[in-house]
Design a protein around this ligand. Structure first.
Ligand SMILES: Nc1ncnc2c1ncn2[C@@H]1O[C@H](COP(=O)(O)OP(=O)(O)OP(=O)(O)O)[C@@H](O)[C@H]1O
Length: 922
């Protein structure tokens, strides 16, 4: 029975709300206010007798927060106290969600950061469809603006609305996000099976582009955080990895590079059972072959080729994916670097190699990090050069300082063990029984092998999503020897080819793929768009065929995703989905760019009067980026116009080619705080090196290749192929494994050291060698009010249905084996974290806070096991920092699309009742 009902039954709200109050009521009658409102508490007859309560009268009261209970129906109470009391909602002070909330731009609608000033119950309206979105909470803030949780009254559902800053550059980039997501949703994942967030609607409101997404739950970083920065169980790592790979397969098929894959951008959809992850934030994404930005990816997850300024393709997402998988297991980023120098240093140390010479030879930033110490071997000499030391050596700190005139920032070391194999092997065990440990050892061996294929220095040797998806770590097949990925088959240009009608929406390519309603919406948005002129459609040309990136099936077992992008060129240009964009983001004309990375996200800036802008002259199609062949250092091609610094910022002090983004840098900078959160590690156990144990990955010298399907196939290095061709198709070869261990030193290794490292660093995991975890880290998690800048008592007032959140997460077993990952055994796991829903987590999406209480990986302990749940006692602390959105999704999901919504989206959330526990089995 609801509390409200029971209180009516009692006739005494004050007495019901707190047991202590009722006990006290008799003695404190003198303090009771006179009048109707507060009467002495009279116990119900049944209770007062002390007799056993009849079964029929049993009441189960779900306790709501005290503040909520005390203020429930307070208006009626006031009216009872004072019949003249009148309440007017208009007099309510606004509960601002946007900070700062001072309107200084856009007629007072926007704050200084060009963010629309939002408050609770602010209404966003799609003027075309009259669809109203009532803002209830803020889910996140990012570079591009704010993400609000909104209620759609028509169908009593919640959605997430990304409200882009009122700024042409952000508007433009957000329109790319809409376009790419639309293609992914509609053409490559029409049935919503591949873990990519669904876009539901978009519109312009008060000069802000608003994008409506399905509402999702917490992100993977939040999940790790909830688990006290301890890693997740291998079952869950496997499950999430499979799902992420599904998305990556689709994205590769679509030729789309996410460019900012990280745990924060992988959200858990708690509305389905078992829970699924979804990849969000395509605001940095671009088409393969059209990669205009050289400064991308969040630092921890940045691939070597991006770091070094080398042409890139979808394989950079695979690197990030590897880092994410490792982080899910470890609870900490694999490369928590404080600077790019630090990042490279960590990569070299952990992986035991360095990028191959031909990559270093052609990358534009090589000289910043490497010193040439020998002759550069031509590609054709590669075979002959096996065994010859690299022509490059990584700079020492001193050398770097001398070259760059600044000391490189070096982050804290969280893992005492340097090498990947050691880090994984020495991670504390989560179980007791020798059998389980033995089993886990095997899985860890598979994990190491899996990671080796992902965090592979050579992008040409890095596994593709399809190849990775067959790894025993994911398939569950016994892992007996190093995985040999199947060669990829050429793309079959049929299945999901994006064909675009020539002129369905007046030439608007995206409109071609949208429903008529959406096309209409676009036309209307032309008028509504604050940033682009309303110009007639005039493009009759074809923007067809995105794809030819053929076969894909749900099991990722067939098909491939690599290689020929012959017709991807047809996608070199497209338009703003919300109107002819008028801005060509090829930067040859010196438009300024915001950065594009964790530190700075790339936004083409519209330099006023500098050739960029909504002039009819520039009504060319919007490019998704230059092809790798067009890849040029930002200094030459992506330069900031010095003549016209533009409106949007100045050149980054660190990297002259970037303008710091407004927000991204700050956001990602929060990561760096983590390094200071005391994570000492002492590797107490001697560890036998891979070379002593392992047979060596590919130690038999197996080499493999796949047919070079790219029409201009390159027999040489994949990197040169990439350089020369734009395409991600190359001959993949495994070097002859020597079984030698690649030492942590970056010097004097062999040219294919990375490969060798992969090949040879297999580590035997024996239970006797287990480094036991200390029983419990001394967690003194402060009250969230102490460290959560967004914490306020007001949050206690939010959402009474928060309990559902706790139940949502009951199903996530962070420790147990797959067998036990079921609903029933999950109950209560997070059961005491009922305040999960009350906290504002906005800043934590960016890892802004939180005592870094993860335990020391190598710290000595005589405790025989590490129980991941030991920390759960502290979850209540952490849970208090979970955003309210966690608990608020129990409301019915978005289930009805207004006519202007994109049609055809499968809404798996429909018909989902309020969620309870679920199985986590993948
Ligand atoms: N569909 C969604 N459901 C729930 N929360 C969401 C959703 N989309 C975004 N968010 C929240 O909003 C935050 C910002 O979203 P998003 O990453 O798309 O914006 P951004 O401006 O690109 O951010 P960043 O600068 O961090 O990349 C996310 O970290 C997430 O917490």
């Amino acid at each position: 029975m609801e509390e409200g009902e029971s209180s009516k039954e009692d006739g005494s709200r004050a007495g019901e709300s707190d047991g202590a109050a009722s006990a006290d009521s008799g003695s404190s009658s003198s303090r009771m206010p006179s009048g109707e409102a507060f009467r002495p508490y009279v116990s119900p007859p049944q209770s007062s007798t002390g007799a056993s309560v009849k079964p029929g009268t049993l009441r189960i009261i779900v306790r709501k927060p005290l503040v909520a209970r005390l203020t429930k129906d307070i208006l009626e109470t006031f009216q009872i106290c004072n019949p003249n009391f009148k309440y007017s909602e208009a007099l309510n002070p606004k509960r601002f969600l946007t900070n700062p909330s001072v309107g200084v731009k856009n007629d007072g609608h926007d704050n200084a950061a060009s963010n629309l000033i939002l408050y609770v119950n602010f209404v966003l309206v799609n003027m075309v469809s009259n669809q109203r979105y009532i803002v209830k909470d803020l889910l996140g803030q990012g570079t591009f603006g704010q993400v609000a949780k909104c209620w759609v009254c028509q169908n009593n559902s919640y959605v997430a609305v990304k409200i882009i800053k009122n700024d042409p550059a952000y508007y433009q980039q957000a329109s790319v996000e809409i376009s790419l997501l639309h293609v992914l949703n509609r053409k490559f994942d029409p049935d919503d099976k591949h873990h990519i967030v669904r876009i539901l609607d978009y519109f312009v409101y008060q000069r802000h582009l608003c994008i409506t997404f399905e509402l999702l739950g917490p992100n993977l970083f939040e999940l790790i955080k909830m688990n006290n920065y301890k890693g997740l169980s291998l079952n869950i790592v496997q499950m999430f990895s499979r799902q992420i790979l599904h998305a990556l397969i689709v994205m590769k098929d679509a030729g789309i590079i996410h460019c900012d894959l990280k745990p924060e951008n992988i959200l858990i959809s708690t509305s389905v059972k078992p829970p699924e992850i979804k990849i969000i934030d395509f605001g940095s994404a671009c088409m393969e072959g059209q990669t205009i930005y050289s400064y991308i990816q969040s630092r921890y997850y940045r691939s070597p080729e991006v770091l070094l300024g080398y042409p890139y393709n979808t394989s950079i997402d695979m690197w990030s994916f590897g880092c994410i998988v490792a982080e899910l297991f470890l609870g900490l980023p694999l490369f928590p670097a404080s600077s790019e120098f630090d990042l490279l240093k960590r990569m070299i140390e952990t992986l035991g190699g360095q990028p191959p010479d031909d990559l270093l030879r052609d990358a534009k930033n090589t000289s910043k990090f490497f010193k040439r110490v020998g002759s550069i071997h031509r590609l054709e000499d590669d075979k002959a050069c096996k065994g010859v030391t690299s022509a490059y050596r990584a700079l020492t700190e001193e050398e770097y300082e001398a070259r760059e005139s600044e000391r490189p920032k070096l982050g804290k070391r969280y893992f005492n063990c340097a090498k990947l194999e050691e880090i994984i092997a020495n991670y504390p065990y989560r179980m007791n029984s020798p059998e389980e440990i033995k089993k886990e050892n095997l899985t860890r061996l598979a994990l190491v092998d899996f990671l080796r294929g992902l965090v592979e220095f050579d992008p040409g040797k890095r596994w593709s999503p399809v190849q990775a998806s067959h790894h025993p770590f994911l398939t569950g097949k016994p892992f007996t020897c190093p995985y040999e990925p199947p060669p990829e088959t050429p793309r079959i240009p049929v299945l999901h080819t994006v064909t675009v009608d020539h002129n369905p929406g007046g030439g608007h390519w995206l409109a071609a793929g949208l429903s008529p309603q959406v096309a209409n919406s676009n036309r209307c948005l032309l008028q509504n768009s604050p940033h682009f002129q309303n110009v007639p459609f005039s493009y009759g040309s074809s923007y067809g065929s995105l794809g030819s990136h053929g076969s894909y099936n749900d099991n990722a077992a067939v098909g491939s995703s690599y290689g020929s992008y012959a017709d991807v060129n047809n996608m070199h240009t497209y338009y703003s989905p919300v109107g002819p964009c008028g801005v060509n983001i090829h930067a040859q004309i010196g438009g300024s760019f915001l950065g594009s990375s964790p530190d700075a996200r790339r936004i083409p800036q519209l330099s006023h009067g500098n050739g960029f802008g909504p002039s009819p002259v520039s009504l060319g199609p919007m490019s998704l980026g230059a092809s790798p062949t067009q890849f040029t250092p930002p200094s030459s091609q992506m330069q900031i116009s010095t003549a016209s610094p533009g409106k949007y910022g100045t050149t980054s002090p660190a990297r002259s080619v970037h303008i710091p983004s407004r927000g991204k840098a700050a956001a990602v900078g929060h990561y760096n705080r983590r390094r200071n959160w005391g994570y000492s590690t002492v590797c107490a156990q001697s560890y036998e090196s891979a070379s002593q144990h392992g047979p060596g990955h590919h130690g038999d010298g197996i080499s493999w290749s796949h047919p070079d399907t790219y029409s201009g196939g390159h027999g040489g290095s994949p990197r040169s192929a990439l350089l020369a061709s734009n395409h991600a198709n190359w001959r993949q070869q495994r070097g002859v494994g020597t079984g030698l261990s690649s030492g942590p030193s970056s010097t004097n290794h062999q040219p294919s050291a990375a490969s060798h490292a992969h090949n040879s660093n297999t580590v035997s995991l024996r239970s006797s060698e287990v480094l036991f975890d200390k029983p419990e880290c001394n967690s003194s998690v402060p009250d969230p009010a102490d460290w959560d800048p967004n914490y306020s008592d007001e949050s206690l007032l939010q959402e009474d249905n928060s309990d559902s959140l706790a139940f949502e997460f009951n199903g996530i077993h962070l420790r147990n084996t797959m067998d036990t990952m079921n609903v029933t055994s999950a109950v209560g796991r997070f059961g005491h974290s009922r305040k999960l829903a009350h906290m504002n987590f906005i800043s934590t999406n960016h890892r802004t806070d939180g005592p870094f209480q993860a335990y020391s990986l190598g710290e000595n302990s005589h405790t025989s096991t590490h129980d991941m749940h030991v920390g759960y006692g502290r979850l209540s602390h952490f849970s208090q920092n979970i955003p309210s959105r966690f608990g608020q999704q129990s409301v019915h999901q978005f289930s009805h699309m207004n006519s202007t919504f994109i049609h055809g989206e499968r809404n798996h959330q429909n018909d989902q009742p309020t969620r309870s526990n679920y199985s986590m089995e993948g």
